[in-house]
Structure formats: structure tokens, C-alpha cells
Design a protein. Structure first.
Length: 213
């Protein structure tokens, strides 16, 4: 089980500061969609150059032109690129094919997918690397989370790794890790804390304990 730090509300210098603080406790740095909107793929390139031992995920949330956008993110240094599960199979197939050529990986974000078990099964057959249940900020604000959806996809996904994102905090992490996702994605649960290193370290510990149990 791996831990991914999601950076959404920062510029590039702030991103470097946060990653520098918690780098010993995380496996993947996510350059969030708002950061890419503000700074472009330069943010991916600079973080990968500054922290070469960490994997970098570019949260492009691709909906069309799968192959082209995966190529551009891969060229910028991304190790993992996101595509939306709500899009068509052709876009996902194009993204997977290009990622294979580039030596990168595809994470499919199931945000706002309605029949999540059925769609996860279809997407799993397309050869993606990760399938991620995700409650976005707007639904987090009305009290939703993806913890039950994680159990649902765990029942049907046979090939891809499973991931979970959306409002995960140190207090809710024990419940999340019990479902044994392969990847836990945390943004505000670390970035909004005063002592980010300490929280990231406690999260790493919980994840490692659960992985061993
Ligand atoms: O992709 C995202 C928003 O669309 C976030 O990166 C993801 O939800 C994780 O951040 P947080 O833990 O703050 O919810």
C-alpha cells in the first residue's frame, strides 16, 4: 500500500517546500488539476527534477485526446497520468497504449461515475494500471466520501491496482486502510496541517502496519 500526497492549492515554490518537508514519508507526489491549470506541465517537470526518487502523478483528468495528452505529460516527466472513468473507452485505450510506449502508467479516476462496479469492471479489462474511487471537493462539502465505493470496486477489479481519494484525514485513515487499497491519496489531510511531516509520518506508519496485517 502506497501513500500519495496531492498538491492542489499551491504554486511551484510552495509545492517544493511541502514535498521537501514530507518526502521521506510518501511514495508519489500528485500535481493536482488546479496546479496544472495555473502553472502548466512545467509544475510536473520541476517537481520531478527536484525529487527524482519520488513518482510524480499528473492529475490531468483526461476526457478526450487520451494518447496526445498522455504523451505531453509523460514528456514532462510524469510517471502516472489520470484519465476520467466517465469518458469513452476509445480515449482510455488511447491513453493506455501511449502510456505503454512512454513507460508511464494510467490511473482512472471514477469521480462522478454512477454504476461504479459495472464501469470499474469494464475499465479493468482495458489494461489500466490503477482504478481510483474519488469524492471531489464539491461533494466532500456536503458530507460524502468514497469509502463504500472502494469496497465495491475491490470486489470486481481483478487486474488494476485500487486507489481511494477525497477528504481522507489521519482520523479516517484507519477505516480506509482496512479495505486494503493499493494506493491512498491524501491532499488537505496533510497540506492543511501545521506539522505536515508529523501527520505524513503517522499516515505512513498506519499504512505500513495495515499492509503487514
Ligand atoms: O483530485 C483532487 C480534487 O479533484 C484531490 O487531489 C483529491 O481529492 C485529494 O485531495 P483531498 O484529500 O484534499 O480531497
Amino acid at each position: 500500500m502506497e501513500l500519495q500526497l496531492a498538491l492542489d492549492l499551491v504554486n511551484i515554490p510552495e509545492a517544493k517546500d511541502v514535498v521537501g518537508e514530507v518526502q521521506d514519508h510518501i511514495d508519489i507526489v500528485e500535481i493536482g488539476t488546479p496546479v496544472i491549470i495555473n502553472e502548466g506541465l512545467k509544475a510536473v517537470k520541476e517537481i520531478k527534477e527536484s525529487f527524482p526518487s519520488l513518482k510524480v502523478l499528473a492529475d490531468l483528468k483526461i476526457m478526450d485526446a487520451g494518447a496526445y495528452e498522455v504523451m505531453k505529460a509523460s514528456e514532462a516527466g510524469a510517471d502516472i497520468i489520470t484519465v476520467l472513468g466517465a469518458t469513452d473507452d476509445e480515449t482510455i485505450k488511447g491513453a493506455v497504449e501511449e502510456a505503454k510506449k512512454q513507460g508511464t502508467k494510467i490511473l482512472v479516476d471514477m469521480i462522478n461515475v454512477k454504476e461504479i462496479g459495472k464501469r470499474a469492471e469494464e475499465i479493468d479489462a482495458l489494461g489500466v494500471d490503477y482504478i481510483c474511487v474519488h469524492t471531489g471537493y464539491d461533494l466532500q462539502a456536503v458530507g460524502e466520501n468514497s469509502f463504500e465505493q472502494l469496497q465495491e470496486i475491490k470486489r470486481v477489479v481483478k487486474n488494476a491496482k485500487t486507489a481511494v481519494a477525497g477528504g481522507i484525514k489521519l482520523t479516517s485513515l484507519p477505516e480506509v486502510v482496512q479495505s486494503k487499497p493499493d494506493l491512498v491519496i491524501v491532499g488537505g489531510g496533510i497540506t492543511s496541517q501545521e506539522d505536515k511531516k508529523s501527520v505524513a509520518s503517522q499516515m505512513e506508519k498506519l499504512i505500513k502496519q495495515e499492509a503487514l496485517s
